[in-house]
Write a protein that binds this ligand. Structure first.
Ligand SMILES: Nc1nc2c(ncn2[C@@H]2O[C@H](COP(=O)(O)OP(=O)(O)OP(=O)(O)O)[C@@H](O)[C@H]2O)c(=O)[nH]1
Ligand SMILES: [Mg+2]
Length: 474
């Protein structure tokens, strides 16, 4: 049972069962035994939940009572009492609770901040953290020029999920799965519709079937080599399972895709600050992806520095500075045309001396000078490594999924030159040829860590092969 479900139990029925549910959760999370029941029978209020793992919260078991008095309720008490009741009746899901919180609220402002503060209080979050969350969010809305709730609700849920460590909760997973499904809908249309047609036209997995399947793979940009390998693996799988029934085909394919994507991440020991260098040809989405990663890291409470290693255009430096300000990250740049390695070196210095947790290095997809881009990137690697042991810890190649088979040669080129640790595949939302993700993984045996599903901050999603396979074939 997830955090919210347990919380809900305690919230809804402040009795022995609820108390036990909370205790059970606390034990599992390694938290101290509560000193008093999580919810007192007479308390009409929501019981404060245990905090998510890793945050011992001695106050967790205190009941958080909205002000209830014998006197006639004031307007303030009215909304708090109404909200408590509505939250009790809502499903134990972050999305439902957020709906309840924003119900009747049309735009940002004190009314919304009060309601959010109330939710945090009920969740047992420390007051200073709650205040900071709200202040950061309000500042971000100002920066973005958002006013009306529908403009920022999804963003708010994303922030809440990260701040409360609920990203793995069933509810968040469902929502993100939906986003992934929507994001790859064009590819799914292309692949799944055709596979369905193929399956209904054949009564066994015969040669003709495989030939037509290969065509589908090529159309979806899986590529010749990867398609051949995929088919061989699938045939072996079918043999092993003793089936040539088309009804079993999708399960075989799903399992095979899951296996393909099971590339272990490259874990390197990291001595802070962690340094991530972003590489890729121009226009693939390096700069926006840096902003998105910085945003995630900020929401996770990390201190982030962004360095403008792309000195090719003044506009690129400005673009990055705007992003850094928006997401609340530090920023380091030099003038247009400066030596990118010098920018990286000085930013590294700043990151170490000012105690940053994460340094994100943007790089150019092309250069002013005749110097080879790969040589320039190697130089950046060398200088940051000299300044800070083990840096860059992650060399991330950004690939634009809409570029199709070109992606393969880019991956090969960059990997040979600078040693890529992971791949981020952007713009999956804009292509019917997302099959390239299979080819890239098969060819390079590199993990895909994130995929870009749109231009908004929350559209950068951690890549999960299992979910991807499921979203593709459902
Ligand atoms: N639809 C969609 N657009 C994206 C995604 N990622 C980036 N973009 C867009 O792609 C365009 C190029 O992004 P940049 O981040 O500037 O690319 P870059 O690699 O830094 O480009 P250079 O600095 O010119 O080398 C921008 O308009 C982004 O908004 C994505 O996942 N989906
Ligand atoms: Mg850029």
């Amino acid at each position: 049972m997830g955090f919210f479900s347990r919380l809900k139990k305690a919230w809804q029925s402040p009795d022995e069962v609820a108390r036990q549910a909370v205790e059970e959760y606390r034990r599992e999370q390694g938290l101290q035994e509560a000193e008093q029941p999580a919810a007192e029978p007479e308390a009409e209020a929501p019981a404060a939940p245990p905090r998510p793992a890793a945050e011992p919260a001695p106050q967790a078991a205190e009941a958080v009572a909205p002000p209830v008095s014998d006197a006639a309720p004031t307007a303030t008490e009215d909304w708090q009492a109404d909200l408590t009741l509505a939250l009790r009746q809502a499903e134990p899901r972050l999305s439902q609770w957020l709906n309840t919180i924003v119900e009747g609220v049309e735009e940002k402002g004190q009314g919304l901040w009060d309601r959010l503060a109330f939710l945090f209080k009920a969740l047992g979050a420390p007051e200073n953290e709650a205040k900071k969350f709200i202040a950061d969010f309000a500042a971000w809305l100002d920066e973005m020029g958002y006013q009306a709730v529908p403009e920022f609700k999804s963003e708010l849920q994303y922030r809440l999920a990260l701040a409360l460590e609920l990203e793995d909760e069933e509810d968040e997973r469902d929502r993100l799965f939906l986003k992934l499904s929507e994001g790859i809908s064009k590819t799914r249309e292309q692949i799944t519709k055709r596979i369905d047609g193929l399956l209904s036209a054949h009564s066994s997995l015969n040669d003709e079937f495989w030939e037509e399947f290969e065509e589908i793979l090529i159309m979806a940009d899986v590529g010749m080599e990867a398609a051949t390998q995929l088919m061989e693996n699938l045939k072996a799988r079918a043999r092993k399972a003793g089936t040539d029934n088309p009804d079993d085909f999708k399960d075989l394919l799903r399992d095979e895709l899951e296996d393909i994507f099971k590339v272990p991440p490259r874990i390197k020991a990291v001595n802070p600050p962690e340094v991530l260098m972003m590489v890729g040809v121009n226009g693939v989405g390096k700069t926006t992806t840096i902003a998105k990663l910085a945003y995630r890291a900020r929401l996770q409470g990390r201190k982030v520095l962004i360095a403008a290693g792309d000195t090719f255009r003044a506009a690129a430096i400005e673009q990055l500075e705007v992003w850094a300000n928006r997401v609340g990250a530090g920023f380091y740049a030099k003038a247009e045309g400066s030596d990118p390695a010098a920018v990286a070196f000085e930013a590294m210095d700043k990151a170490v001396s000012e105690g940053y947790d994460l340094l994100l290095l943007d790089t150019a997809g092309r250069l002013h000078t005749k110097i080879n881009l790969m040589e320039e990137l190697k130089k950046i690697e060398r200088v940051v490594g000299k300044k800070h042991e083990g840096a860059p810890h992650r060399c991330v190649l950004v690939i634009d999924a809409t570029t199709g088979q070109n992606a393969l040669s880019q991956a090969k080129l960059f990997n040979e030159a600078v040693g890529v640790d992971e791949i981020i595949l952007t713009k999956l939302d804009g292509t019917a040829k997302g099959g390239v993700v299979v080819a890239v993984t098969l060819q390079n045996k590199l993990p895909i860590t994130f995929v870009g599903l749109g231009e908004k901050m929350e559209d950068l999603r951690p890549f999960n092969g299992k979910d991807f396979a499921k979203a593709l074939l459902t």
